[in-house]
Design a protein around this ligand. Structure first.
Ligand code: HEC
Length: 290
């Protein structure tokens, strides 16, 4: 049946999604101790403080530091270890050679796919300072290894408690001694929760109203006049159930709910990493995972 296969599809999507999340959050090793020149001389320290730190703070930290709202390119430039570790595509400093160091290539804006900072090129002077810094071996007095680099831990046991990993079980609806409201087993769960929150149930909906709600819920569309008339005049006890089956079988039902399921897996029509297509590392279409 269409509805069941849809449910199966969404369950599989959820499981796949959770698995992806689990992989994405698996502990990653923190940066190793900086390979940059260290300890450094007084001159090197002065050069760093006068010409490098101010550039990094003013022009890079907003995207490449622990304070960044979102860390970009997996690159921390706010610690020696972060610079030494590099970013999503590896080391950003190559020995003492500015020309082959990604960090310098990025600030020179010669690579159309990697231009840093993205919105405004550094001044020639700032670029020259960074080049000189690389030639010197990137001496860096910054000690603190940024705390937020610490690997995220995942609690596998807690993850297994998620509802979507529970086996199907027969659950008894709550027993309600003075219940005149429920018409079926699901209603008993509803009324138990309403009682718990001391909330009165809404008044019973007339047939045309009920039909309108079912249509909007399941297909996002309103029923036509003829469809409303058909159910208002249908006195069979299973009239409502038949309408629901019809709605569940409509392609508009799949379209409406497919949209929510795609939100769950964070699908987006977006040319992900469009600025640097050759560096794409994840499948286009599914964005933001990990
Ligand atoms: C407005 C945010 C922003 C600022 C400011 C910024 N960057 Fe970036 N940076 C990014 C983004 C986004 C990426 C990832 C680009 C990609 O993967 O296509 C990146 C990636 C990088 C990379 C490549 C990392 C890798 O391994 O892929 C380097 C090197 C880099 N930036 C250096 C710098 C430097 C140096 C500065 C300061 C002079 C700077 N960035 C400022 C957003 C920024």
């Amino acid at each position: 049946m269409q509805f069941q296969s849809a449910i199966l599809a969404v369950s599989l999507a959820l499981v796949a999604w959770q698995a992806t999340v689990a992989i994405a959050e698996a502990p990653t090793p923190g940066p190793s101790a900086g390979e940059a020149k260290h300890p450094i001389t007084a001159d090197e320290r002065e050069f760093f403080e006068a010409s490098i730190r101010p550039v990094l703070v003013a022009k890079c930290y907003s995207c490449h530091s622990a304070e960044a709202k979102t860390l970009r390119g997996d690159l921390h430039l706010d610690s020696r270890a972060g610079v030494a570790t590099g970013g999503a595509t590896g080391a950003v400093i190559n020995g003492n050679d500015p020309d082959t160091s990604t960090l310098i290539q990025a600030v020179r804006w010669t690579d159309p796919y990697l231009q840093m900072p993205p919105t405004e090129k550094l001044t020639d002077r700032e670029i020259a300072s960074l080049e000189r810094w690389v030639q010197m071996g990137a001496p860096d007095p910054r000690e603190a290894v940024v705390a937020t680099i610490a690997a995220k831990q995942i609690d596998i046991a807690a993850g297994r408690q998620s509802w979507s990993f529970q086996p199907v079980a027969q659950i008894e609806p709550p027993a309600l001694p003075n219940d005149a409201w429920s018409k079926n087993r699901i209603d008993r769960f509803v009324i138990a929760k309403l009682n718990e929150g001391q909330i009165a149930s809404s008044p019973k909906a007339e047939r045309d109203m009920l039909l309108r709600r079912a249509y909007l819920d399941l297909t996002g569309l309103r029923p036509t006049f003829d469809e409303v008339q058909a159910i208002v005049n249908d006195n069979a006890p299973d009239a409502y159930e038949r309408v629901i089956d019809k709605l569940l079988a409509m392609p508009q039902h799949d379209e409406r709910w497919g949209r929510y399921w795609l939100d769950v897996v964070r699908y987006g029509e977006d040319n992900f990493r469009g600025k640097r297509p050759r560096r794409r590392s994840r499948s286009p279409g599914v964005i933001g995972i990990g």
